[in-house]
Design a binder for this molecule. Structure first.
Ligand code: DGY
Length: 331
């Protein structure tokens, strides 16, 4: 009798939607960390060391120490589009495939960046607090005045999938769109989205809203700093739903306190889950706990794609969304 091939061994570093875990279990021997806190590095290494696949989250730092102690590891599948928590160069060197979850979260993330934009400009969180604090005792003419959104200029830093989804929504508000990206969009896309490519300084100077959608790279760390914040209009708003370290948070606190800009909406922070204490007391900033992709549907799709990526590699198939496809050819 031919031996039944054993299932690939996969570690999943946090609880994901049940139906996705069930799918993983049907095709792999799964070790699931179901706790509500990320594993420490030591615990993670201990549980991954004899695994071929790892499905992980942005709260897991996957660096060379993980690769060195897991000689059988073939794939690291991040349940996120961003993958700055993984040392991709180290993975590539060891022939480990890294995958992420693009596309499935684009529209949900853009919806939320727009939520931050609107909430910040129209002071929604302050308004909610005003009502709950019993201050709405009569209709006031000059209370909680905000900034208009329609007909204004939206500056988008990073014109990938999510940046473009932001621009598409801006059409409905009759906004002018400026964008900055290393790569120009094709002319048809620029026409369709009524978007004009410009340099960062012009974008910062001319925009009423600046929304960041660039990955965290050595070049984009502190892309928004004291100098850039001083370049922005005093009436402008900053939105960040990409990665916290793209913005120098200390400089942003100063800008918000001293009125260099009108406000900010932040879903991400420099040292998550820590938030700069200076931001906490300010009323002209809306703060969210990194939830831009957190709709029920999208979180299921992200988990499913991550598991599919992982199983595809372990079953000798091409994963749908590899980050380092060069490794595939060498396997
Ligand atoms: C991502 O996908 O990179 C988000 O930050 C988490 O959903």
């Amino acid at each position: 009798m031919p031996a039944i091939p054993s299932k690939p061994r996969v570690m999943i570093s946090r609880a994901l939607p049940e139906e996705v875990i069930a799918r993983a279990r049907s095709r792999a021997d799964v070790d699931l960390h179901a706790g509500d806190k990320p594993l420490s590095k030591t615990e993670l290494i201990a549980r991954v060391k004899d695994r071929e696949g790892l499905v992980c989250l942005i709260t897991d730092t996957i660096d060379s120490s993980v690769f060195e102690s897991s000689p059988g590891l073939k794939v690291v599948s991040n349940v996120a589009v961003g993958f700055n928590n993984i040392d991709v160069a180290a993975a590539t060197k060891r022939g480990v495939v890294v995958t992420n979850t693009p596309d499935v979260l684009t529209e949900t993330t853009a919806d939320f960046a727009w939520t931050l934009l609107m909430a910040t400009a129209r002071r929604l969180v302050e308004a909610d607090r005003y009502v709950r604090d019993g201050k709405f005792t009569q209709w006031e003419y000059m209370v909680l005045l905000g900034g208009d959104v329609h007909d204004k200029t939206l500056g988008i830093i990073g014109f990938g999938r999510i940046g473009r989804a932001m621009a598409r929504r801006a059409l409905g508000f009759n906004m002018r769109v400026l964008y900055q990206d290393a790569v120009a969009a094709d002319p048809a896309t620029e026409r369709e989205l009524r978007a004009t490519r410009t340099d960062t300084a012009t974008l910062l100077r001319d925009s009423d809203f600046v929304s960041i959608h660039t990955p965290l790279l050595p070049d984009t760390r502190h892309l928004i700093n004291a100098q850039s914040l001083r370049t922005m209009k005093k009436t402008a708003y900053l939105v960040n739903a990409s990665r916290g370290p793209v913005v120098d948070e200390a400089a942003l606190v100063q800008a918000l306190k001293e009125g260099w800009i009108a406000g900010a909406g932040l879903d991400v922070f420099e040292e998550e889950p820590k938030v700069h204490p200076g931001l906490m007391g300010l009323s002209n900033v809306v703060l969210a706990p990194h939830i831009a992709s957190a709709s029920s549907d999208t979180r299921i799709k992200m988990a499913a794609l991550a598991v599919d990526n992982c199983l595809a590699v372990l079953e000798g198939q091409t994963p749908p969304t590899p980050v380092n496809p060069e490794v595939l050819g060498k396997r």
